[in-house]
Ligand binder design. Structure first.
Ligand code: 5AD
Ligand code: SF4
Length: 462
């Protein structure tokens, strides 16, 4: 009999990408092989996102398309809906779409292996109970050996009024540090140089653990793993972004000088209605403090415009905050109504027209700031971790600076997963262009190449 095949499509955040790697690992352990399109796949998994209505709607339109594909090819296709929409909608998905065979939530991936024989036998199944992931590293299929997402915690105990995550991903649970360090050690032994630590709220890592390790302590332990050269983490919450954590970030050179710290609004009145637990001034103080400790740290943020009750004056305060803080970049979103969230009951819901106009204004402002920040890097020598051949131009490689900025430059595709020294030669608001200066110590390279000293960022000298 032919080997069973599956195709997986991932929507949404890095946590979902990481979950898809676990889903793929589980399926491969059970004898399936992965295919890159749904065309001939026996099982298609949609790992869904419900953070905003746009993401959720995409899932339903893709389900329609899959059913058409199934009819065209004349071969049965099993469809599994996983992730946050699965968790949120549960059995309603099976009732709404006869083509769906399995629904399993973001916190039920550990149950997938046991459900497969029943799925294969023709049952239609739903599993949306909250299960905690096993502490031992489980099966993952990671696309690149040199970088990895590592989940350090799941769920969220905050209740931001707009956010569906506490309902879909359940209460916050931190993994024990030993299991995480074990996983990172295994990754490093297999050639991984960059890890991204994932959690809805990594700054509260460790709450509820009996060992007393907090996020700062976890970073120290991961930092000590030989072979790991870059550590990223996301997402941080301003209210738990402590002095102790800031000191640790400043002390540990492998931790990327990039902080993603969602502000969400520049108006205290809106922050209060969102239930975020900090004021704009408190947020600013943290930014000032971290910049005092790590002067060239790049700060990025998430911002929501058009939250219920947001006035024109509130929105102007958001623009002011964006100007004052000088983010390297931001993710701006129009407020979107989500089921089971407190914001639904608030007054002052705004028309799409108002929300769209505000979003456009915010993004235009940020684009100019981002461009100026990118241009300020032109001429500098920077350390780039090569990701591979550029998706847009096969003649070029793409890689990332520690701020997560994309750099395109000419080089050898074999450099994938290695660090290069690159001189930044030009910039747009979306990426940088550079030229490769080799893998030598950039200080030496600078001297050899030009006979003069360049201003070097910390990313380049490590
Ligand atoms: N509407 C718009 N944006 C949202 N986000 C979360 N929930 C909503 C919503 N209901 C944004 C927040 C969060 C990011 C991941 O998505 O800015 O930080
Ligand atoms: Fe959602 Fe707030 Fe939790 Fe982030 S911290 S996942 S925005 S509830």
């Amino acid at each position: 009999m032919n080997q069973r095949t599956f195709h997986i499509r991932t929507y949404g955040c890095q946590m979902n990408e990481s979950d898809s790697e676990r889903i793929a690992g589980t399926l491969i352990d059970r004898g399936y092989s992965m295919v890159s399109t749904p065309d001939d796949a026996e099982l298609v998994v949609l790992n869904t996102c419900s953070i905003r209505d746009g993401a959720e709607n995409k899932v339903y339109s893709d389900l329609g398309r899959l059913r058409m594909l199934e009819a065209e090819r004349g071969q049965p296709m099993k469809i599994a809906v996983a992730g946050c929409v699965a968790q949120q909608e549960g059995a309603r998905i099976l009732a709404r779409d006869r083509g769906v065979n399995l629904v399993f939530g973001s916190r039920a991936i550990s149950q997938l292996g046991d459900m497969l024989p029943r799925l294969e036998a023709g049952e239609r199944l739903v599993e949306v109970d909250i299960h905690t992931r096993p502490d031992a590293p489980d099966s993952h299929v990671r696309p690149d050996p040199w970088r990895a997402f590592v989940t350090v915690m799941e769920g969220c105990d905050n209740h931001c009024a707009f956010c569906v995550v506490p309902a879909t991903r359940g209460p916050e649970v931190s993994r024990a540090p030993e299991g995480i360090v074990d996983e990172v050690e295994q990754l490093a032994a297999a050639g991984c140089v960059e890890v991204t630590l994932l959690g809805q709220n990594v700054t509260s890592y460790g709450r509820g653990l009996s060992c007393g390790t907090d996020f700062a302590g976890l970073l120290e332990r991961i930092h000590a793993v030989p072979g790991i050269r870059r550590i990223r983490y996301t997402t941080s919450h301003p209210k738990d972004f402590s002095e102790r954590l800031m000191d640790t970030l400043a002390r540990l050179p492998k931790v990327a000088r990039h902080l993603h710290l969602p502000l969400q609004s520049g108006s205290n009145r809106v922050l209060e209605r969102m239930g975020r637990g900090y004021t704009v001034a408190e947020y600013m103080r943290r930014i000032e403090r971290i910049r005092a400790l790590i002067p060239d740290i790049a700060v990025t943020t998430d911002m929501i415009v058009g939250f219920p009750g947001e006035t024109g004056a509130d929105f102007e305060q958001t623009l002011d905050a964006v100007r004052d803080i000088g983010y390297l970049n931001l993710y701006g979103f129009k407020y979107s109504r989500r089921p089971n969230t407190a914001a639904l009951a608030l007054d002052g819901h705004l028309d799409d027209e108002v929300r769209s106009a505000r979003l456009e204004k915010l993004l235009t402002l940020q684009k100019a700031i981002t461009l100026a920040r990118h241009q300020s890097l032109v001429g500098s020598l920077r350390e780039v971790l090569v990701e591979g051949v550029s998706r847009r131009n096969a003649e070029r490689l793409s890689g990332r600076l520690e701020e997560n900025l994309l750099v395109h430059f000419s080089g050898d595709p074999d450099w994938q997963g290695t660090f290069r020294t690159v001189r930044i030669t030009s910039a747009t608001s979306s990426a940088l262009l550079g030229e490769d200066l080799g893998e030598e110590d950039p200080l030496e390279t600078a001297g050899l190449a030009d006979g003069k000293t360049f201003e070097l960022t910390r990313g380049a000298v490590r």
